[in-house]
Design a protein around this ligand. Structure first.
Ligand code: ZN
Length: 101
């Protein structure tokens, strides 16, 4: 499925992706594969479904704490916590705290 960048924030490619790449040391956060910018993927721990976007808002869904650098689909699904309500709640709290600064 091609990426639909229209639902991403405007600084997705210019700021967010480079920031996550640097944070992860250019390595897949699941399996440790080394990656380059062009073949890196960012996985959303709480996936960016319309329902979640509506419930939590873009600031939370596209927050760097909700993102992980991954090398492919398998590692992408490994970081998904959408089916674990406790984890979701904890992560939302961490993001809200960090947004409040
Ligand atoms: Zn991987």
């Amino acid at each position: 499925m091609p990426c639909d960048y229209s639902i991403y924030p405007p600084n997705w490619l210019s700021e967010i992706r480079p920031r996550i790449l640097a944070r992860a040391n250019n390595k897949c956060e699941v399996c440790g594969n080394v990656m380059f910018f062009q073949d890196s993927q960012l996985a959303h721990r709480i996936c960016k479904s319309k329902m979640h976007l509506k419930k939590y808002g873009k600031e939370i869904i596209h927050h760097s704490l909700n993102l992980a650098l991954v090398c492919g689909l398998e590692c992408n699904s490994a970081v998904n916590i959408g089916n674990n309500p406790m984890e979701v709640e904890k992560l939302i709290k961490r993001i809200e705290d960090s947004l409040r600064g």
